[in-house]
Design a protein around this ligand. Structure first.
Ligand SMILES: [Zn+2]
Ligand SMILES: [Zn+2]
Length: 366
C-alpha cells in the first residue's frame, strides 16, 4: 500500500464520498463509526480545524481524522468535491482525511495498493492508446519511480502527490488493459549495477538522439546515456517550430553576452545544431541549450535557427528534456513487436529488472 496526497491544489473544504465497489467501514480516532455500502453517501467537510461527517439522515459530529477503509476483495469509491465544485472522480482502495495542518482545508490521502496506483499513473501519463507491451514498460518505470521517491512528501504525511511534481495520477484508470499491465508486472522494478532503484526518467520524444543526464541535470548517471533513436522520427512530437521577432531574439542573445557586431547580417543569426550540442555557441560566447529552452519555453533544447524576413524561426526536434526513455520511440518499438525488456535496455544502459521481493536478498549478498 502507498499513500498518495490527492486534490491538494483544489483546497477542498467539502466533498461527498460513495462506495462504488465493495463495502467500506468508517473509522475515526475513537474507533469504528459506521459501515457503508454503495446505497449510501457520506458528506465530509472542514470546520475549525476539524473534520465533520454526516450521512443523508444523520449528523455524526466532528473528528480529528477519518479513515474510510474498503473491506471487500476489491474496493473502489467515487468522490465529488462540493467546495470547490468539482467533477466525480473514481479512486480505488482507501481514503484518509484530516484537517490540513497548515491551511484551512481538508487533507485527502488515497491509501492504495501500489499496482492500482501504478495503473492510474500509466493512464494519466500516457493515455489509453499505446500497445500493451508499452503499458507494461511504463508500469515498471512508474513503480520504480514511486518506490525511489517514496519519502518525497514525508513531512506532509504521505508518500507522493498526484501532480507531475511526483507523477500525474487522476484516480482509477478506465482501461482494463492498463490494469492488466500493472498486475502482470507486479513487483518488477529497475535497478542499477549496485542494485539501487534507478532514476527512471522519460519524456515524449528525443528527436532522434537522447541526452546524457549531466547535460540536463548536474548528476552523471551511467545508465542515462545519449542514444541514437530512429524509432521516434515519424511520431507526433518529432519536430516543432517557433517564430520569434528578430530584434527580440537579438536582444536575448545580447543580454547573454553576444556583441552587436556579430549580429549584422541575416546569416549571423543562422545556426545549425549537429546532433545534440550542449551550447549555443558563436565567437566564444556560450549559452547552454537547456537554458535557451527554459527561457523561451521551447519544446526541446535541440533546434536550428533560420531567418525569415524580420523573424528568426527555430526549427526544433523532439519534445521534453531528452534524458532516459523516449516515449514515442518506445511506443513505436512496442508496435513493431519489441518486448518491454528489449525497449528498456535500448534506452537505459546496463540496468536490470528484478523482483522487489528479491531486492533485500541481493542487497544482503553484496
Ligand atoms: Zn509531489
Ligand atoms: Zn526518440
Amino acid at each position: 500500500m502507498i499513500n498518495i496526497g490527492i486534490l491538494d491544489k483544489q483546497a477542498v473544504t467539502s466533498f461527498v464520498f460513495y462506495p462504488q465497489v465493495g463495502k467500506y467501514v468508517v473509522y475515526t480516532e475513537s474507533g469504528k463509526l459506521l459501515d457503508i455500502d454503495n446505497t449510501e453517501i457520506i458528506e465530509i467537510s472542514y470546520r475549525n480545524q476539524k473534520v465533520f461527517l454526516k450521512t443523508l439522515d444523520k449528523d455524526y459530529g466532528h473528528f480529528n481524522k477519518i479513515r474510510i477503509i474498503g473491506v471487500s476483495h476489491q474496493n473502489a469509491f467515487k468522490l465529488k468535491t462540493n467546495k470547490p465544485v468539482g467533477k466525480i472522480i473514481q479512486y480505488e482502495d482507501n481514503l484518509f482525511i484530516k484537517a490540513h495542518p497548515f491551511h484551512g482545508y481538508l487533507q485527502l490521502i488515497n491509501n492504495i495498493n501500489i499496482d492500482n496506483y501504478v495503473a492510474g499513473v500509466v493512464e494519466a501519463e500516457v493515455g489509453k492508446s499505446p500497445p500493451e507491451e508499452y503499458f507494461k514498460l511504463q508500469a515498471i518505470i512508474c513503480r520504480t519511480y514511486a518506490l525511489k521517491n517514496i519519502n518525497k512528501h514525508q513531512t506532509e504525511g504521505f508518500s507522493l502527490c498526484d501532480k507531475v511534481h511526483c507523477q500525474a495520477y487522476h484516480g482509477k484508470p478506465k482501461s482494463e488493459q492498463i490494469k492488466q499491465s500493472a498486475l502482470l508486472t507486479s513487483n518488477t522494478v529497475i535497478v542499477d549495477s549496485d542494485i539501487n532503484l534507478i532514476t527512471a526518467t522519460f519524456y515524449s520524444n528525443c528527436g532522434g538522439q537522447s541526452a546524457n543526464s549531466e547535460e540536463v541535470w548536474h548528476q552523471e548517471l551511467y545508465y542515462l546515456r545519449s542514444v541514437k533513436d530512429s524509432f521516434c522520427l515519424s511520431e507526433n512530437n518529432a519536430v516543432w517550430q517557433k517564430k520569434i521577432a528578430k530584434n527580440e531574439w537579438a536582444n536575448y542573445l545580447i543580454t547573454n553576452g553576444y556583441s552587436k557586431e556579430i549580429l549584422k547580417d541575416s546569416c549571423d543569426y543562422e545556426y545549425f545544431q549537429i546532433g545534440r550540442e550542449r551550447f549555443f555557441e558563436k565567437q566564444n560566447v556560450q549559452i547552454p541549450f537547456v537554458k535557451v529552452r527554459t527561457d523561451w519555453k521551447l519544446k526541446s533544447a535541440q533546434f536550428d535557427v533560420k531567418t525569415e524576413g524580420n523573424f528568426v524561426v527555430l526549427q526544433g526536434k523532439g519534445f521534453g528534456h531528452g534524458v532516459g526513455l523516449c516515449q514515442e520511440g518506445a511506443m513505436r518499438m512496442a508496435k513493431m513487436g519489441y518486448t518491454y525488456a528489449e525497449i528498456l535496455h535500448f534506452y537505459y544502459e546496463d540496468v536490470h529488472m528484478v523482483d522487489l521481493e528479491s531486492l533485500d536478498f541481493f542487497k544482503a549478498e553484496f
